[in-house]
Design a protein around this ligand. Structure first.
Ligand code: NDP
Length: 475
């Protein structure tokens, strides 16, 4: 499907720099103020169903060796009742509660009490105190960027335990996977509810709060933009990155350890999933400063979508491939494994280079080279809620000249690689690529809506210069 973006493509493309001649938006470009029926319906559906979707996947692995249709078929044919399935589901345990509390407390301590030292000795790494983007109310927040350090220390401890200390078994995460799910849910709901109450009664920046008048929408999409406790504990940065993304690689390592315990060896598919996802995770922390300029931080308010999503959805559903491989120790042929590796690495390359191009372009205010040339630029302006006028630039070169969200294409290729590593035996590990395709297409539309209201006619110039969203000639 072609994107809607017509006027004067060649003319817009030929300009290196186009100045905005029109008033852009008037400070209303953050998340929605009004809720339509479709959004409301989707939100209520997600609030009701998302926890069950996560439960269904994890339970299907635990009780049906990851056969997604297993529970439905059993119930439909009368072989099992819902109560039987529920009775076989492990409950929350004291051990899981202790583990989870220790885990989150450890991550909070690493986040709040250890200022970054990695940027002092790692060349090219940007950490320490950094500024975020201008919020719709015109605020610029400061962040303590120390995620890479937290990730490194956590993994050092993990490996020290596995090879020297032996405090706990490396299979500990797998062994407590469902009891931990209940703990993650408790935290996810607690933090989302707290953020909602905080938004109403003691917001960090009242001007950046949004109330739609609809309780469910406010709860799901958040009221406060950047809720904080004290000067540094930023909910969005903490919950988005840790505990979920730090845990991602540990969870995979625990699944690999379990595979070895059960089957005597770690398969090449498990190694591939561990390696490709670890690249993605390390990349995330290496570029945590860049992350301050992504939609999660620059646009989304902090509600259930981020709070519960980061605590439950991400660690449980992004790791399904590793979990699947514990039950199905797939060993890929060499050409298949090489194909998966290649797809994953090319996807990662596009993802990283596209994101880097935009970041470099914005940091240097366009004074940089993209693919060896001076970049093409669209000058744009917008107005924040305090009435202040700001200027910005849109990049029209490199991957940003190929399609308006080519970084998502790289992400999708990487996601597909994780799934293909699991072979073709079951649908369950393919959930990730289906989910990412929906998430990123929706995100792409959401972002375009936001950019259109933020930049007005300047955004139209960009869509004219780069007519496709994801895949040139297709969408
Ligand atoms: P982007 O990094 O694409 O950021 C979009 C923003 O960039 C826009 O809102 C606009 O912000 C600015 N922008 C858009 N076009 C241009 C341009 N041509 N030149 C300069 N600036 C531009 O989006 P995300 O934050 O969604 O994604 C970041 C990465 O994270 C992506 O690679 C994505 O794949 C990945 N991701 C992964 C997820 C996962 O669950 N694994 C979830 C979400 C994202 P401004 O207002 O500053 O102009």
């Amino acid at each position: 499907m072609a994107a809607k973006s017509q006027p004067n493509v060649s003319k817009a493309k030929s300009l290196d720099s186009v100045t905005n001649d029109r008033t852009a938006s008037q400070g209303q470009w953050g998340r929605a103020w009004e809720v339509d029926w479709f959004s409301l319906g989707s939100i209520i559906f997600l609030l009701l169903c998302a926890p069950f979707i996560v439960y269904y996947f994890i339970m299907a692995c635990d009780q049906y060796s990851c056969a997604l249709t297993g529970p439905v078929v059993d119930i439909a044919t009368g072989r099992a009742r819902l109560s039987d399935i529920w009775a076989k589901t492990p409950p929350i345990t004291r051990k899981a509660a202790q583990l989870y509390t220790l885990w989150v407390t450890f991550q909070v301590l690493l986040y709040t009490s250890l200022p970054d030292f990695c940027h002092k000795f790692l060349p090219g790494y940007v950490g320490g105190i950094q500024e975020g983007a201008v919020t719709p109310a015109g605020v610029v927040n400061k962040y303590q960027i120390n995620g890479l350090q937290a990730w490194l220390l956590t993994h050092l401890l993990w490996f020290a335990n596995a090879h020297l200390l032996s405090w706990f078994s490396p299979t500990i995460i797998f062994d407590n996977w469902i009891p931990l799910l209940w703990c993650a849910n408790i935290l996810g709901y607690a933090v989302s509810t707290f953020a909602m109450v905080k938004g109403y009664f003691f917001p960090t920046s009242a001007k950046d709060c949004k109330f739609t008048g609809n309780f469910f929408y406010n709860y799901m999409m958040g009221v406060e933009f950047n809720p904080r406790i004290g000067k540094w504990f930023d909910f969005k940065l903490f919950f988005n990155g840790r505990p979920g993304i730090v845990a991602w690689t540990l969870i995979n390592l625990s699944f690999a350890a379990k595979q070895r315990e059960l089957h005597g060896h770690v398969t090449n598919a498990m190694v591939l999933v561990n390696v490709l996802q670890a690249i993605y995770v390390i990349d995330f922390f290496w570029n945590e400063t860049w992350y301050l300029k992504t939609i999660d931080i620059c646009h989304d308010h902090f509600g259930w979508y981020l709070g519960w999503g980061d605590c439950v959805w991400l660690p449980y559903l992004y790791t399904l491939q590793g979990l699947y491989l514990v039950y199905h120790p797939v060993q890929l042929s060499t050409p298949h494994a090489m194909g998966v590796l290649l797809l994953g690495l090319v996807g990662y390359y596009i993802f990283r280079v596209a994101n880097h191009q935009k970041d470099l372009f914005r940091r240097t205010d366009g004074r940089c080279l993209i693919w060896g040339k001076k970049p093409k630029v669209i000058e744009c302006s917008y107005t924040s809620a305090d009435g202040q006028r700001h200027h910005s630039k849109l990049l029209v070169s490199g991957f940003w000249g190929v399609a308006r969200h080519f970084n998502y294409v790289g992400d999708l290729m990487g996601s597909l690689a994780y799934c293909l590593a699991c072979g073709g035996g079951h649908l369950l590990p393919y959930f990730y690529i289906i989910y990412m395709a929906i998430l990123l297409t929706h995100r792409c539309l959401r972002d375009e809506h936001r950019c259109a209201s933020k930049y007005g006619r300047d955004w139209e110039r960009y869509t004219a210069a780069v007519p496709y969203r994801l895949l040139p000639g297709i969408f």
